[in-house]
Write a protein that binds this ligand. Structure first.
Ligand SMILES: [Zn+2]
Length: 104
């Protein structure tokens, strides 16, 4: 089992914690919020897609195009969030458990 440590104060933190309980450091990666927002936008794009199922039969392509644009925008946000997380230094240090001490 891996142990998560705060990069600022080296105290142990819960894995997936957003804030360090010891030094109050922000543990969330900068792109995580962007990714979540991106997925929300992708989810929202299902609304015009659902509408388009009716309207494309009537040869109205506007909701289909709109849904595609919204989904594309959401995916771009998710990808940019991932890129930001890759570029950022992780505020949480993941260490292997001392019991299975293995040097990397
Ligand atoms: Zn800390």
């Amino acid at each position: 089992m891996a142990i998560a440590l705060c990069a600022s104060c080296k105290s142990r933190v819960e894995e997936g914690a957003v804030r360090c309980v010891n030094c109050n450091a922000d543990l969330a990666l900068p792109g995580t919020f962007t990714q979540v927002l991106g997925w929300v936008i992708v989810a929202i794009s299902t609304i015009p897609f659902a509408v388009s199922e009716v309207t494309t039969a009537e040869r109205d392509w506007t909701p289909l195009v709109l849904g595609g644009l919204i989904a594309a925008f959401g995916f771009v946000m998710v990808l940019s969030g991932r890129a930001r997380n890759k570029a950022a230094t992780n505020p949480v240090i993941i260490e292997a458990s001392p019991t299975t001490s293995q040097s990397q």
